[in-house]
Design a protein around this ligand. Structure first.
Ligand code: AMP
Ligand code: TRP
Length: 332
C-alpha cells in the first residue's frame, strides 16, 4: 500500500492556504487511499525566533484543527514530531549525506534568512539544516508520496536526492519519495499582496484568512482583497494576480474552473461577495468541530499519544537500518 507522509508546522495560526493546499486533501482523499501519517512538525517551529508557550499552544491547536478538518485517527496516524525520537536521530545522518551548498540553495532558507537579518535577528543554524530534518520525517517512514503545496516541492526534491545518495553509498535503505501537489489551490496568495503566499508566519494579517477567524472577519478580509483597475473579470495569474487568487479560492470552494467562473462575473463586487460566502461556508463545519475538540484537550492528547506509538514502531526499524548501513556499531 502507498505510504503518505505530510506535516504542518506550528509557527502560527493555520490559514485558508493550509486548508486548501494541504489539510482538505489529506482528509478527503489521502487518508482513505493510502497508509497515511500526518504530523505536527513542532521541531521545525524552533528554526526561527519562538516563544515556548506559543509553540506549545499552537501545536495542540494544529492537532485539533487537523482532526476538525476530518483526519480520522482510526484511519490515519496523527502525531507530534517531537514525540518520536527517530526524526532527530535520522536527521543527523542525513546532515552527513547532504552538502552545505545544497542546503544554502534552498529558496526558503534564502528568503527566511534575509528576512531574519532585515529584522535584526540572528539566523539559527537549524534554519539551514531544516531540509535534512524534513527529509528525515519523510524517509524514516519510507513514504512514497508527500502531499504538499508547491512551496515545498524543492524540499521534497532534496529529500529524494539525499535518499538516492544514501542508498547508493551505503546500500538500499530508503524509499525514494515524490511530492504530490494539489490540483487546485496549490498556492493560495495573500489577499493584500497577491504576489506572495498566504503564510501563517507572516506579520500582517489583513490579507490572511485564518481557519478560526469569525465569519464577519473572513468576509471583511475577502471584500477588502486587493484587485486591480482593469475592467471586467478575467483569469490571468501573471497580469492580474489579485483577481486570479480570488477566482482560484472560489474555484477551490465550488469545484468550478477559474476560467469558467471568470466568465460568469462582470465586476469585482459580486465576485468578492460570493467568494467570501463560499469561504465562510467551507470553514463553518471545521470551526464547529474545532470548538468541540478544544473543550476536550485530553482527547486530542490521547490521539497524539497513540499516534506517536504507531509512528515510532514504523520508523524505528528503518532508522536503525540506516545507522547500521552508514557504519555505526550496533549497541551490544
Ligand atoms: P506550513 O504552513 O508551511 O507549515 O505548510 C503546511 C502545508 O500547507 C504545506 O503542505 C504547505 O505547502 C501548505 N501551504 C501553506 N501555505 C499555503 C498556501 N498559501 N497555499 C497553499 N498551500 C499552502
Ligand atoms: N516544511 C514543511 C512546511 O513548511 C513542513 C514539513 C516538515 C513537512 N516536514 C515535512 C511537510 C515532511 C511534508 C513532509 O510546510
Amino acid at each position: 500500500m502507498t505510504r503518505i507522509f505530510s506535516g504542518i508546522k506550528p509557527t502560527g495560526h493555520l490559514t485558508l492556504g493550509n486548508y486548501l493546499g494541504a489539510l482538505r486533501r489529506w482528509a478527503e482523499e489521502d487518508q482513505h487511499r493510502a497508509d497515511a501519517l500526518f504530523c505536527v512538525v513542532d521541531l521545525h517551529a524552533l528554526t526561527v525566533d519562538h516563544d515556548p508557550a506559543r509553540v506549545r499552544r499552537l501545536s495542540r491547536q494544529a492537532a485539533s484543527l487537523m482532526l476538525a478538518a476530518g483526519l480520522d485517527p482510526q484511519v490515519c496516524t496523527v502525531f507530534a514530531q517531537s514525540h518520536v525520537d527517530e526524526h532527530a536521530r535520522l536527521s543527523y545522518l542525513l546532515e552527513c549525506v547532504a552538502t552545505d551548498g545544497e542546503m544554502r540553495r534552498m529558496i526558503q532558507y534564502k528568503e527566511k534568512s534575509v528576512r531574519a537579518q532585515a529584522a535584526g535577528q540572528s539566523v539559527r543554524l537549524s534554519l539551514l539544516t531544516y531540509p535534512a530534518l524534513m527529509a528525515a520525517d519523510i524517509l524514516a517512514y519510507r513514504a512514497d508520496e508527500v502531499p504538499v503545496g508547491d512551496d515545498q516541492t524543492q524540499h521534497v526534491e532534496l529529500s529524494r536526492d539525499l535518499a538516492e545518495r544514501f542508498n547508493q553509498r551505503y546500500g538500499h535503505t530508503f524509499v525514494i519519495p515524490k511530492a504530490t501537489p494539489p490540483a487546485v489551490a496549490a498556492r493560495v496568495m495573500d489577499l493584500q499582496d497577491p504576489t506572495s503566499k498566504m503564510g501563517k508566519s507572516h506579520e500582517a494579517t489583513a490579507g490572511i484568512v485564518y481557519l478560526l477567524d469569525e465569519p464577519e472577519v473572513i468576509s471583511k478580509k475577502v471584500m477588502r482583497a486587493v484587485t486591480d483597475s482593469a475592467d471586467g473579470v478575467a483569469y490571468d495569474r501573471a497580469e492580474r494576480p489579485g483577481v486570479a487568487n480570488l477566482l482560484e479560492i472560489l474555484s477551490a470552494c465550488t469545484g468550478k474552473e477559474p476560467e469558467v467562473l471568470a466568465d460568469s462575473y462582470d465586476g469585482y463586487g459580486t465576485l468578492k461577495r460570493d467568494t467570501a460566502e463560499a469561504v465562510v461556508e467551507l470553514l463553518r463545519p471545521l470551526q464547529t468541530r474545532h470548538a468541540e475538540l478544544s473543550a476536550d484537550p485530553s482527547y486530542v492528547d490521547g490521539v497524539l499519544r497513540e499516534g506517536a506509538a504507531k509512528a515510532r514502531a514504523l520508523a524505528r526499524p528503518t532508522v536503525d537500518a540506516a545507522y547500521r548501513a552508514i557504519g555505526l556499531l550496533p549497541p551490544a
